[in-house]
Design a protein around this ligand. Sequence first.
Ligand code: WT7
Length: 687
Amino acid sequence: MVAGERRISIVVASENEGTQAAEIAVHWQEEEYYHAPPSFVEQANLKDPQIFERYSIEHFPDYYKEFGEMLDWYKPWDTLLDSSNPPFWRWFVGGELNASFNCVDRHLDACKNKAALYFVPEPEKEPIIALTYQELSVQVNELAAYFRDGLNLKRGDRVTIHMPMVLELAVTMLACARLGVIHSVVFGGFSAQACADRMVDSDSSVLVTMDGYWRDGKWLDHKEKADETVRAAGKAGHAVRAVLIFERYPGEYRSSFGLVENRDIIVNDILSQYTGERVEPEHMAADDTLFLMYTSGSTGKPKAAQHSTGGYLSYVTAMSKWILDIKPTDVYWCMADIGWITGHSFIVYGPLALGASSIIYEGVPSCPDAGRPWRVAKRLGVNIFHTSPTAIRSLRKLGPEEPAKYDYDFKLMVTVGEPIEPDVWRWYYNTVGKGNVAIVDTWWQTENGGFLCSTVPALAPMKPGSTGPGVPGIHPVIYDEDGNVVPPKSGKGGNICIRNPWPGLMMGIWGDPDRYIATYYQRYCKDPESKDWQDWPYFAGDGAMQAPDGYYRILGRIDDVINVAGHRLGTKEIESAVLEVKGVAEAAVIAAADAIKGVIPEIYVTLQPGVAPSDQLQRSVVDIIVRDIGPIARPRKVWLVPDLPKTRSGKIMRRVLASISNQKDPGDITSLANPEIVEAIRRTVSE
Ligand code: WT7
């Protein structure tokens, strides 16, 4: 089990057991609107102001036809939505298609010689590789031929992919999709144990990996993890029959871990036997599984969201077109890792389905310095840029003036993954976007396939710190703890749910239908016997409020909420207040156990470069919290620390901080990007 972000929840939730506050206090002030520049609006893919009428709930599910029509089908669907067995929705029933055909073959006539994917190696002296649609097609076909003829892989089989951010990762996914083989990509930074757990759970006997890769200036020998994965899977009684190794430098095996006979295969060598081979894409049913994506839940075992072929692909295509405004002429860079859902949907499937050029960057954004992303943007002519608040905060911390040095030109920028503080949003807009850009703050989850809330960039203004209304077709609702609907646009907090099913929603949790129902539907389904989709709101597990203008603000995971003396305080609200203090770079709040109040917040703060820690600064942090949130949120301690523990995807691990504050064992910290910081913080705290 990987120590995922969601485990925080256990720490906080169990400490709060029995305390269910009815409302989430909301203290962020409403921000001013920003408008997309006219140059953006003129060229936008979606500027039809009638869209929300056409996509009103009365027209559900018919409007989703338009999503399906964005793809090429071998056989049209007969039933748009079969909702006869809630909550197991089936979309485009009877339809047949292939995801690899839609992302590769269908572009060959019009643009076979344009870049489908760019590979930007982390070492800046290495050349950037542009992989054309033609060349992508050749590589996908040859690899699929090897999978089929050399490994006897067939539709429905599972293949686990544990790779860094390289072209071969996308090629492998598309080769699987071509054959109807279900891919399960495990984030490359995850441990061998995590990879083994996922292989066991998905019953996959083939592992695709790479000898090594560059990360933050260091060569990481990745093959070692494959050996350990096989060993760990073996301990669990699961046999891995083949380990396929791509070479980061083709022709040069650079791992110091040797090859195991009859198990390990250098893919670059074997592919020469398949030169020029073509593989007819399998005609997949719309609701055949395209891939599995694991995510941590609030219980120990990782769970795999099982995504469909037709529903998922149509959903990410529509979202890429309408919300990301991707056109075939665009150069699009999403800095997420393909090992997460963002990378699946918005590096690989969405942009390629639209025939755009999408960038795969191997390393960390700040390597060798905080100017790197802006140099890449300039060099490749990136005009759509997609990243997370964490990355934005860290780029701001390391190089607040860097973007000004490079004359790239973004038309649209994306933020995803956590609520973004208005102050951070404004730096993104003014400094990275140069004040001349549309921004979308997209709220969604691994389980959802694509966006749930966001502004439509040409149609609605942006509001820092708020995601926006439901995207066309998505109808959110907020419930209180007792299952009553919180009045719309009331500014009152509660649990956000989605009233209607949508094509991008996972089909279920792999091998665990009960857990799917229990996690996402049980809470607010009033009649488990009901066959009416309207009785089955999807429970997202996030706190949210809706402002009078209809925009939602996400307050974080419900289980991340801190309950102080019966008042629920959104951790994000407290943190955003702290970020207003001059000199503060990052802040994380955790719930520390308190004999009288149950829990009480403690704040961990990092400072901007050149700012010295001082008692005065600590006092300012306390003062601003009391001012912005109220005395109820007054922190017990403000710890000024050199860095915060983060996952490799950049999420702050509040669970680890909470365990330090509460003098508990932090548990498994091996999946952190910076495990060494834990001891340093502990020393600060125990001094
Ligand atoms: C959780 C899902 C989906 C991509 C990455 C994360 C939080 C996500 C936002 C946003 C506020 C956000 C939610 C959600 N979240 N996007 N724009 N504003 N919060 O996927 O690991 O499945 O996490 O991330 O809490 O439930 P994930």
